[in-house]
Design a protein around this ligand. Structure first.
Ligand code: NAD
Length: 339
């Protein structure tokens, strides 16, 4: 799904990298391109036509570019429709991009609950001029998110702390349910440290000491905000990839955290790194799901290419978003040179 705005530009740059890594690592991915987003609405009268949904359901994985104003429809039908309850958003900084990154040693992930909360967007007008919105918070949702977050931390040796963000002091029942469930789950994972912070205090701590966080986890709305904050302090919005996944059904799509950036669309200057790193997460997922090390190694090559680029002192090599002069195509070429 190439999406809207800068989507096609950064997806095409990513496909060129996928093509070259397949040649190098001797495997073959079969792509099908399907419409999604504002452009699909304009052309087919539907932001996610039936054939796009069918293709998604029948694929091993989906790489998605950002879409525009139709993001709500797409979320509804992919994230909620396929119950892709975990959204993983890593934020990592490198010494060559510091600044704009706050520090060179940021390496954390934000895990966002992706299937409930206020993003259910159940809104109603109770009387003219007065609207309410309802959030949905379930024990099942909190439990599987907690198991996922602690499981992730216990499998990744450099991620030893889970930090839950809530506003349980205000939303005592709903966020309180998340807090209680995480406290219970924490007792089953003795090798992982657990802390709970109110989300407002966490924002301040994240800017002050981002290197002290490993896994930050929260309900849908708070984690959406926290992941943009984490992405920005690690360098910029264009850097942050994302996985939307249901670990039980193994259904997933991979997309950058940022939107379709209409202000720079069509100029060929978007930073493709968030999209490329999303493809690396996809390769890692496909490698594990198919027990195929050629794909997991390919993911490592992508990350190595990006790390070499972003640790380089040569400003000419950096994306324009990070203060360099390399356009979208040039960034992709450099990553493949550094594979
Ligand atoms: P945005 O993330 O598109 O842009 C915010 C700012 O970051 C802009 O200045 C933009 O130029 C910059 N930026 C974003 N990605 C960049 C990149 N790769 N390289 C360089 N600069 C980059 O957020 P927005 O402007 O609030 O939203 C634009 C559209 O995107 C809206 O229609 C929104 O609904 C949609 N959106 C889609 C998704 C998605 O598809 N997952 C997510 C968020 C927003």
């Amino acid at each position: 799904m190439r999406g809207d705005g800068i989507g096609p530009e950064i997806v095409d740059a990513t496909i060129s990298l996928l093509d070259s890594i397949q040649e190098r690592n001797h495997f073959k991915l079969h792509y099908t391109f399907v419409p999604a987003g504002d452009s699909a609405l304009k052309e087919y009268g539907d932001p996610l036509p039936e054939r796009s949904i069918e293709q998604f359901a029948n694929s091993d994985a989906c790489l998605k570019g950002p879409v525009g104003e139709t993001i709500g429809d797409i979320n509804q039908r992919l994230r909620f429709g396929f119950d892709l309850y975990a959204n993983i958003r890593p934020a990592r900084s490198y010494k060559g991009i510091c600044p704009p990154a706050l520090r060179p040693d940021i390496d954390l992930i934000v895990i966002r609950e992706n299937s409930e909360g206020f993003y259910r967007a159940i809104e109603s007008e109770v009387e003219p001029g007065i609207w309410t919105t309802m959030g949905v918070f379930t024990e099942k949702g909190a439990r599987r998110l907690a198991n996922f977050a602690f499981g992730y931390a216990s499998r990744n040796r450099h991620m030893r702390k889970v930090t839950l963000a809530t506003k349980a002091n205000i939303f005592r029942k709903t966020h309180g349910l998340y807090l209680k469930t995480f406290q219970e789950t924490a007792r089953q994972f003795s090798n992982v440290n657990f802390e709970h912070l109110y989300a407002d205090a966490l924002c301040a701590r994240l800017v002050r000491d981002p290197q002290n966080f490993d896994v930050i986890v929260s309900e849908n709305l708070l984690a959406d905000l926290l992941s943009d904050l984490a992405g920005q302090i690690a360098g910029g919005l264009g850097m942050t990839p994302g996985t939307n996944i249901n670990y039980e059904t193994k259904r997933a799509f991979f997309e950058p955290t940022h939107g379709s950036a209409p202000d720079i669309a069509g100029k060929g200057i978007a930073n493709p790194i968030g999209q490329v790193r999303s493809a690396a997460l996809m390769l890692e997922f496909l490698g594990f799901a198919n027990h195929d090390t050629r794909l997991t190694e390919a993911a490592t090559h992508f990350e190595k290419g990006i790390a070499t680029l972003l640790n380089s002192p040569n400003k000419e090599n950096l994306p324009i978003e990070l203060g360099g002069t390399a356009n979208t195509q040039r960034v992709a070429e450099l990553i493949s040179q550094f594979f």
